[in-house]
Design a protein around this ligand. Sequence first.
Ligand code: 13P
Ligand code: SF4
Length: 380
Amino acid sequence: MIPFSSLTIDDQTINAVETAPLPITDFQALSEQELYDRTAAAKTRLSNQVLILGHNYQRDEVIAHADLRGDSLLLAKQAAARSEYPYVVFCGVHFMAETADILSRSNQTVILPDLAAGCSMADMAAIEQVDDCWETLAKILPVEDVVTPVVYVNSAAVLKAFCGEHGGITCTSSNARAIMEWAWSRREKILFFPDEHLGRNTANAMGLPRDAMIVWDPFLPNGGNSEKAIRRARLILWKGHCSVHQMFQPEHVAYFRKRYPEIQIIVHPECHEDVVKLADLVGSTEFIIRTVSQAPPGTIWGVGTELNLVNRLKREQHDKQVFFLSPMVCRCATMYRIDAAHLCWTMENLVHGHIVNQIRVPDDEKTMAKLALERMMALS
Ligand code: 13P
Ligand code: SF4
C-alpha cells in the first residue's frame, strides 16, 4: 500500500501503484454487514484524508458513513470550506460532485462513487440548446443588456460556465428567491433553467403576474413563443422538470387533508405549482428536515419529496406522524445508484492508492462556472 501522505492527484504517482484497482464486482457480492465494517475500517485508515459528503436523498447505509449530510447549498459550502481534506467522496449526483470540484482547492480530489449517478433534470438542458436559445433571444432583444441567465445548480458545469460568462448566476432550492431578486435588480428579464417549477414557484411567491412568464421549449422555434410574448416576458422558464417531484399531485394533498384535518403539508419547490399552492410550507431538503425535526411532538406531516429522505425522517421523528405524500414510489433512481458497495469499493481503492471515478471539470469551464457559483455564495 502507498502511504497516504505520499499520494497525490498526479497521474504518474497513481499509475505507479502496481496492483490493478479492485473491481466493483468483488464488493457487490458482500453482505450489508461486511460492507459496513469494511467501509468503516477503510475510513479509519484514511482518517483525516477523506471527507465523505452525503446528500439528504442518499440511502441510510451510505449516510451511515457520511461526515456531513445536507442539501445542495450546504454541501457546496462544505466542499469550499473543508480544504484540509485531500479527498472528497461525494455521495450525491454528478452535478453536485462537479460543483464540489469547482469550489474545492486545486490539490483536492473529488470522487463520485458511481459515475452513472446523474440527474434527469440536469439532462433536460444541453449547452447547444441553451446557446441556441440565447442566440434566438439576441435576434429579438439586446439580450446581454436585458436578460440575466439563472441556472439551478442541478445542471452541468458547462451551463454554470455559460451563466458566469453572460453576467448570470447559479441558484439552489434554498436561495432561489434571493438570487432572482438579484437578477431582476440588474436586468429586466430572467432566463431560468433547467427546472421550470422552481422558477415558477419562486416567481409566484414573489408576486410576478402569470402573463409575465413564458415557457421555453427547446424543441420548438422561438421556444414555442411569439416575438411579442418574448418581448413582454419578465421570466423565461426552461421546459424542464424533476421526474421524482412531478409525481406529487393535488389529489394526494386532498387525500391527506381529508384523512388528517390537522396535517401540515411540506413540499420541495421542484413540485408542480398546483401542489405547492396547496402546501403549508415549501423549501429545500434541509428546510424540510429542519422544520419537521423542530416541530412539536404529536404534529402530523405530509412530506412531498424523495422517499429515502421521508423514510429516514419517519424513523428519526418517533414523536410525530410523518407521511409520504404520494402513493407511488418517488425515489431518485440516479441518487440510488450510490450504494454501500460503491462506497466501500471507492474507499478500499483509496486505501490501495487508486483513485476511482474522479470528477474533473475542465479548467476553461471551471473559471466561469466558479464565477457564477461565487456570485451565488455571496448572496447566500
Ligand atoms: P436540495 O438542494 O433541496 O437538496 O435539492 C436537490 C435536489 O436535487 C432536489 O431534487
Ligand atoms: Fe435530479 Fe430530481 Fe434526482 Fe434531484 S431528485 S437529483 S432533481 S432527478
